[in-house]
Design a binder for this molecule. Structure first.
Ligand code: SF4
Length: 372
């Protein structure tokens, strides 16, 4: 699997702590650099077939269809993409015009859109410093379907300051009305250095209301049950058989190549992360250098990472995987798991241990407790 990072944005969202730049003047040199990195790292995945590709950001929908095709053709030159299953483009609603949707469809490459809706309520969107309106978000989801994009995911944020119970219910109802098959939901969190952090510190916005966050989460869980969505990962829900294939592979520790400034890669034994500076990235790739750092992973590191990611999924920890790959480390952990089963936070599954609906709220703390 291959991840393409596009760290360009029109403007900063209130809550965002990701690395991105506001200029668009360097996008073409950046795409050229991406393609050079793909060529230079053609052996990273040891010639395995590529099943999924994900354009993430930043705002990948700032790429033109021609730039996306340039990336596709480069990947096709160096990797086997004859059996691609899923190619996702993260997109912001304001960029999904008729012209762009039509061009994307004609690429015969992108087959899944992950749309950054965040809320259908204009007051929420204004607060978050987003460009689009709720009506625009609804309209692009419908339009994307008309252009033949059936596999659509949308992002929503809950626990927004003025959203309330009715506002959140209204957002979930819109998802159902639009027939969206996949949903990623995140509670508003305050990251250091964001505009949100600054405004809260200045007293211009209230702290995130933890009680409201739990209330919204509980409404989400009930809504999913009532409407046939599977809550298959702590922040992800879908209709049956509509799981995100690419992200699901991250969660089961599949190796991946990540290209672009600030992109991470994992080959099963080491992690690699590229420099988070677009200008340096472009400059170095123009000289055939991939500006990155690398860390070899010990058994304990991959074990801990497996705990952290697997516990965030409905399937949870797989005992066969643990007994085969980590026989000595696993023995101690299994004893601790019973405590969380007794507290109703974990449950035994066919293959091991997975979180309950309540347990999803505590998975990071549970994983940290279990880590070696
Ligand atoms: S569009 Fe995404 S990456 Fe860009 S500032 Fe907003 S949240 Fe951050």
């Amino acid at each position: 699997m291959i991840y393409i990072h596009v760290p360009y944005c029109k403007q900063r969202c209130l809550y965002c702590a990701f690395y991105s730049v506001a200029t668009r003047s360097s996008i073409q040199p950046y795409v050229d650099a991406l393609c050079n990195e793909i060529a230079l790292r053609k052996n990273y995945l040891k010639h395995s077939q590529i099943r999924t590709i994900y354009f993430g950001g930043g705002t990948p929908s700032l790429l033109t269809a021609a730039q996306i095709m340039q990336v596709k053709q480069t990947i096709g030159r160096y990797f086997d993409i004859s059996n691609l299953e899923e190619v996702t483009l993260e997109a912001n609603p304001e960029q999904l015009t008729d012209k762009y949707l039509s061009e994307l469809k004609k690429t015969d490459f992108i087959n899944r859109l992950s749309i950054g809706v965040q809320s259908f309520n204009d007051a929420d969107l204004k607060l978050l410093n987003r460009w689009h309106t709720g009506v625009q978000a609804e309209s692009v989801v419908k339009k994307a379907k008309e252009y033949g994009f059936e596999n659509i995911s949308i992002d929503l944020i809950y626990a927004l300051p003025n959203c309330g119970v009715d506002g959140w219910k209204n957002n979930l109802q819109k998802v159902e009305e639009l027939g969206v098959s996949h949903l990623s939901c995140y509670s508003l969190t305050v990251e250091e250095g964001t505009m949100l952090d600054t405004l809260i510190n200045k007293g211009k916005l209230p702290q995130v209301d933890e009680e409201m966050s739990i209330k919204h989460y509980e409404l989400l869980v009930q809504w999913a049950k009532d409407n046939g969505y599977i809550h298959y990962e702590v922040s992800n829900l879908c209709k049956p058989n509509c799981e995100a294939k690419h992200n699901s592979r991250y969660w089961n520790s599949t190796p991946y190549l990540g290209v672009g400034a600030a992109a991470h890669s994992y080959d099963g034994f080491s992690r690699q992360w590229n420099i988070d500076n677009v200008d340096r990235y472009i400059h170095d790739l123009q000289h055939d250098i991939v500006p990155c750092e690398r860390e070899e992973l010990e058994e304990r590191d991959t074990y801990n990472e497996y705990l952290m990611t697997a516990l965030r999924t409905l399937n949870g920890l797989d005992k066969d995987v643990l007994e085969t790959k980590y026989p000595s480390l696993w023995k101690d952990t299994e004893i601790l798991l019973q405590k969380y089963v007794d507290q109703g936070l974990l449950q035994k599954t066919n293959s091991g241990y997975g979180p309950t609906s309540k347990g999803y709220l505590f998975v990071d703390a549970i994983a940290t407790d279990l880590m070696i």
